[in-house]
Write a protein that binds this ligand. Sequence first.
Ligand code: PLP
Length: 364
Amino acid sequence: MSKKIKFTNLYKLIPEKKKILKKIDIIIKKSQFIGGDIISSFEKKFSKFVNSKYTVSVGNGTDALEISVASLELKKGSEVIVPVNTWISTAEAVTNNGLKLVFCDINLDNYSLCLKDLKKKINSKTRAIIPVHLYGIPSDMIGLKKICKNKNIKIIEDCAQAHGTRINKKHVGTFGDIGTFSFFPGKNLGGFGDGGAIVTNSKKIYEKCLRYRNHGALKKYDHNFSGRNSRLDCIQAAVLEIKLRSYPNVVKKRNQLANIYFKELSKIKKLDLIKKRKKNIYSFHQFVIRLKNRDKLIKFLKKSNIDTMIHYPYMLNELKFFPSGKNLNNSYKLGKKILSLPISEEHKPSEIYFVSRKIQSFFK
Ligand SMILES: Cc1ncc(COP(=O)(O)O)c(C=O)c1O
């Protein structure tokens, strides 16, 4: 196979292009670009998909997190715990709300919060925790909720990478108080631009978030506080509603490809994979492996025209403006060991076999 294996090909990831263009044409003719039934229709469909009472669509996944934290109205000095291996937005949501950011270590079986370390990081000032279902792998929400029980700690689940990820058939984002999503184009469920959503079963939080996204108002000129402007626009909502219909097939295809990697790579002793659990449904936003000679493997695969990426090359405590953290042992220098392999619904099984066999030959 001499063809290039791209990490993703966004153009190929857009099925039903005709349906989408037809819908966009209608929107342009109606000139209904902001608000209205196109937005509420997508919000209803998304609520049904995750099985949550309410969805508030917003401008992007970062705003979804920031607005969610704001909606909890936590006292100044409150501490919020965030895993140290995540995209910067999860931490920004805490600092941009003027709260104290506390980093938690991750466990290497699922790259999410290490519950052992979490117990040590919780104290009387801890008011919220933001587990991240990174790479489409669910955090241990059942274990996390047990730890938080009767402690007056709110849980916001960052599901930016986890559309369709479930534990015991229950969608992530519905275990805690709030779930947040990103519809950035490269996400498993992505729009034609930025987009995000907040899901919750609490009417109080729902109404607060509705107001936050719209200058503190539920309707025109009904401002209760100073909020912001963070709206999903109608074109994005229409694209997402069409893509959502066939999204279960995306999850199926990604699992099919991931299973090839599991089968082919689990034989390699010098490489670590996640530990899959039967009760979970994974959405495999990324397929991440961990190894010592990571940079050598990147070069080796590049020579065979195989693209890879790193999510992420640094842990957030390595960024100077964030706290340096304590006892982050599992995640120490993790950014130098992890590698994301191509996995996307446009990839053919033969391509995944090709990548796997190249990795096998690297270790021979
Ligand atoms: C884990 C995580 N949280 C939050 C975000 C933020 O989403 P957005 O890019 O839509 O603001 C992302 C997106 O990259 C993400 O991966």
